[in-house]
Design a binder for this molecule. Structure first.
Ligand code: NDP
Ligand code: AKG
Length: 417
């Protein structure tokens, strides 16, 4: 196994790769490779047994040239400062690819939520919200869900912020429950843009998604929704996985039923009529479409040499190392990058924020129509850059489009002081 790539260095390499095709000054590119600020804090929280638990937490505000910082909050034992910095940078370029008026931010707490009770998690979330309060706000920085967080955590953070600020400001955070100012379609949005990206890519490459075989690594919010929506297009999901391992059936796995099974049992392992595989075995299956939907660095250079899929659509952030990218580009495996494919989450977060600001709520049909328009337009812009500049792959094309937009915003406002 090669040494694990540092996600922040991967982000910087991706920016450099695209910058080679852009006429942008080196000092400006350097500015776009580093966060504006990072909060690092240690949360002291009373546990159910009366002891104090100490949890390291971060919020990185990477770049605000195009609007308020925006991006999720992750609860995971593997969270590091560099991971959060990378994730916040990916948010900048993601928001630029889909052309929504945000910069990028990201937060994380070093915690395995499965080790704590609901009341402990509430106190941890509220303690983090208190630390975040001076940094966030409807026009400043707007958090959202990510790995191991969802409506419940967003509701707690919103309530803490509003209580301490003595106001109502539902747009301070997105991904809330519908009863708390959330948007229709937000839960499904990340998987929906993954499906739309796959659909557009199959069409562009003259391939048929109907009947295509699909493997999905990670069966949480992003992966399970992507699987069921891709299945609805007529594809066959043959393998899915979570942290317990993978399950495989060449004749197909019912995407909704296996999710139901996971909800009931806690994992996909043991699902009926399947063979158990490791995650690495899933990632190297001979399928038409591979959807990594778990964490960073799922495929490194070594594993990339064994990948048999024709196409990879990244639902996760940063699932391929730069070395994997190089290997897959050389092998003509098409990779549709995270900053397009999973941008549905932040796009519907944007819709949620707009609805919160207007106190006027949309139907699910309107949300999904607007999302489809934005993802299809973004895909078309990416393809145009790919063809016009004869770029090596779709990731570089996405960064070329995105960096240009961020630089345009920076250039037109000027530097201060
Ligand atoms: N939620 C959102 O709106 C967005 C999420 N994303 C990205 O999508 C990815 C997944 O996030 P999300 O679906 O929200 O998170 P969830 O917490 O809902 O799901 C994560 C899934 O990944 C699985 N997993 C974790 N570690 C491994 C591993 N080593 N091997 C295989 N599977 C693993 C988890 O397994 P288990 O169930 O066993 O814990 C779980 O099924 C992340 O990269 C995230 O940043 C991107 C855009 C928006
Ligand atoms: O919905 C959002 O604002 C951000 C979601 C997110 O964290 C991501 O796209 O990685």
């Amino acid at each position: 196994m090669s040494q694990e790539a540092n996600p922040f260095e991967s982000l910087q390499e991706q920016i450099d790769d695209a910058a080679a095709y852009l006429d942008v000054r080196g000092d400006v590119i350097e500015r776009l490779k580093n966060p504006e600020r990072v909060l690092e804090t240690n949360l002291s929280v009373e546990m159910d047994d009366g002891d104090i638990g100490v949890f390291r937490a971060y919020r990185s505000q990477f770049n605000g040239d195009r609007g308020p910082y925006k991006g999720g909050i992750r609860y995971h034992p593997g969270v590091t400062r560099d991971e959060v910095k990378a994730l916040s940078g990916w948010m900048v370029y993601k928001c630029a690819v889909v052309d929504i008026p945000y910069g990028g931010g990201k937060g994380g707490i070093v915690i395995d939520p499965s080790d704590y009770s609901e009341t402990e998690l509430e106190r941890v979330s509220r303690a983090f919200a208190k630390e975040l309060r001076p940094l966030i706000g409807e026009d400043r920085d707007i958090p959202a869900p990510d790995v191991n967080t969802g409506q419940r955590e967003m509701n707690w953070i919103k309530d803490t912020y509003e209580t301490l600020e003595n106001t109502t400001a539902p747009g301070v955070i997105t991904g809330k429950a519908l009863s708390n100012g959330g948007s229709e379609g937000r839960v499904e949005a990340t998987g929906r843009s993954t499906m739309l990206t796959a659909r557009e890519a199959f069409d562009y490459l003259d391939r048929d998604i109907e009947g295509a075989t699909v493997a999905v690594q990670g069966y949480g919010n992003a992966g399970s929704v992507a699987a069921k929506l891709i299945e609805d297009l007529g594809a066959t999901v043959v393998a899915v996985s979570d942290s317990s391992g993978a399950v495989y059936n060449p004749d197909g796995i019912d995407a909704r039923d296996v999710k139901q099974f996971k909800n009931e049992t806690g994992s996909v392992s043991g699902y009926r009529d399947t063979e158990a595989l490791t995650n690495d075995e899933l990632l190297t299956l001979d399928v038409d479409l591979l959807v990594p939907a778990a964490l960073e660095n799922a495929i490194d250079g070594e594993l990339a040499r064994e990948v048999q899929a024709d196409m990879i659509v990244e639902a996760a952030n940063g699932p391929l190392t730069p070395e994997a990218d190089e290997v897959l580009t050389g092998r003509d495996v098409h990779v549709l990058p995270d900053i397009l494919a999973n941008a549905g989450g932040v796009t519907v977060s944007y819709f949620e924020w707009v609805q919160n600001r207007q106190r006027f709520y949309w139907t699910e049909e309107r949300v999904n129509d607007e999302l489809e328009r934005i993802i299809v337009d973004a895909f078309d812009n990416l393809v145009e850059a790919y063809e016009t500049h004869d770029l090596p792959n779709f990731r570089t094309a996405a960064y070329v489009v995105a960096i240009r937009r961020v630089v345009d915003a920076y250039d037109s406002s000027g530097n201060w002081p």
